[in-house]
Design a protein around this ligand. Structure first.
Ligand code: KG4
Ligand code: ZN
Length: 327
C-alpha cells in the first residue's frame, strides 16, 4: 500500500495505491486561482498547497477506505517543479513517514509521467517515450527499466507552454491546451504554421511557432477557431515527425505517450495514425495531466526493479531536468 503526494506545480494531489490498483487519486486543481494571471504564480501555488493538502489527504484516505496505519510506503514528487510548491508535499511526506515509521520514496516527476502508462498496460523495453507537458517536451528511449537516453529535447518552450501562450493571445484562459482543443473542434487547420528545426532529430523548438501564431492572430489571417485547429494540427505533426526520425534510428517494442498534452484526442490520433509501432501505451486522460497516482506508480516501479527504501530518511527537493534521477 503506497500513499503518494504530488505538489510540483498547480495541482495538490494525494493517491492511495494497493500495488498497481489505484484506490483513490484525489486532486485539487488551483486553476481558478491562477487563471486571472494567465499562468501559474509560484508563491500563490505554494500557499494553496499548504492550505489544501490536509483536506486532500483526508479525502484520499476516505475514498480508498483505509487507515493511515495501512500505509507501507510514502511516495512524493521531489522535482523538477516549483521549489516552494514541492516543499509543501515533501514536508507533508517527511512528517507522515516519520510518524508512521515507514520508508519514503522520492520520485522524479518525469518518471511519474512515464510510469503513469503502467495503468494502461505492461511496459516493455526497449521503448520509445514521448513526454509532452507544460514544462517538458522530450523524446526518450527506455533501454531497460529505469535506464533512459534523451533522444530529443526542446531548445526553448515546451509544447504545452505553446498551447498555453497561444490560448492566452486568443483570450481563452488557462490552461490553454483543453481550451484550444475545444475551440479547434469548430475550426479548420487552414493556416500555414512553421515546423521549426524540422530535420533535426535531437531538437524541438516551439518559440517560433508561438510567434507565427501571434502574427496570425494580430493580422487576423483567419478566425480564432481556424488558428486553434491549425496550431493543434501543427503540434501533432511536429511530434509525429520527430517520432518518425527516432524510429528510423532504432527499433522499439513499444511507444509510450505521456504528459498533459496527450490529454488531447486529436494529437493522440495523429500519432496513432502515422507512427509505425503497434504496441502503444497512452494513460487515460486523468492520468495524463499532473496527479499523485502516477507518482505512486513510479514508486512501485522503483520497488519492482530493485531499489530498496527500507530505512526512513528525510527527502529534499531535487531538480535535475535530465532523466533519469535514480533515487
Ligand atoms: O503534465 P501537466 O499536467 O503538467 C506539467 O508537468 O507541465 O501538463 C500541463 C500542460 C499544460 O500546458 C496544458 O495546456 C497541457 O498540458 N494540456 C493540453 C491538454 N490538456 C492539458 N494540451 C493540449 N490539449 C489538451 N487537451
Ligand atoms: Zn507534469
Amino acid at each position: 500500500m503506497i500513499l503518494a503526494i504530488e505538489t510540483s506545480c498547480d495541482e495538490t494531489s494525494v493517491a492511495v495505491l494497493n500495488g498497481k490498483q489505484i484506490l483513490s487519486n484525489v486532486l485539487y486543481s488551483q486553476v481558478k486561482h491562477h487563471q486571472q494571471y494567465g499562468g501559474v504564480v509560484p508563491e500563490l501555488a505554494s500557499r494553496l498547497h499548504a492550505e489544501f493538502i490536509d483536506q486532500i489527504l483526508d479525502d484520499a484516505l476516505e475514498k480508498a477506505a483505509i487507515q493511515l496505519t495501512d500505509i507501507k510506503y510514502i511516495a512524493v514528487t521531489v522535482g523538477p517543479g516549483l521549489e516552494g510548491a514541492l516543499l509543501v508535499g515533501i514536508t507533508a511526506a517527511n512528517m507522515l513517514a516519520q510518524s508512521l515509521k515507514v520508508p519514503i520514496i522520492p520520485v522524479n516527476h518525469l518518471h511519474g509521467h512515464i510510469y503513469s502508462a503502467m495503468d494502461s498496460g505492461e511496459i516493455v523495453t526497449p521503448s520509445l517515450i514521448c513526454l509532452a507537458s507544460g514544462g517538458h517536451t522530450m523524446i526518450v528511449e527506455m533501454t531497460h527499466p529505469l535506464e533512459f537516453n534523451i533522444v530529443a529535447n526542446t531548445m526553448d518552450d515546451a509544447c504545452g507552454e505553446c498551447f498555453d501562450k497561444v490560448a492566452r493571445m486568443l483570450d481563452l484562459g488557462y490552461p490553454g491546451g483543453p481550451k484550444i482543443e475545444a475551440l479547434a473542434k469548430s475550426g479548420k487547420a487552414s493556416v500555414d504554421l512553421p515546423h521549426p528545426v524540422k530535420k533535426n532529430p535531437k531538437a524541438f523548438s516551439f518559440s517560433g511557432l508561438k510567434t507565427a501564431a501571434k502574427l496570425a492572430i494580430e493580422k487576423k489571417v483567419s478566425a480564432p477557431e481556424n488558428i486553434a485547429a491549425s496550431l493543434q494540427a501543427c503540434i501533432g505533426s511536429i511530434l509525429v515527425e520527430k517520432l518518425k526520425l527516432a524510429i528510423d534510428q532504432s527499433t522499439y517494442q513499444q511507444l509510450i505517450l505521456c504528459g498533459g498534452v496527450f490529454a488531447n484526442q486529436s494529437i493522440r490520433q495523429a500519432i496513432l495514425n502515422e507512427v509505425a509501432i503497434e504496441n502503444v501505451l497512452i494513460p487515460n486522460v486523468k492520468l495524463c495531466t499532473d496527479n499523485a497516482a502516477m507518482i505512486g506508480l513510479a514508486a512501485l516501479h522503483y520497488l519492482k526493479h530493485g531499489y530498496s527504501f527500507s530505512n526512513y530518511s528525510q527527502c529534499y527537493p531535487s531538480f535535475g531536468l535530465r532523466l533519469p534521477e535514480k533515487p
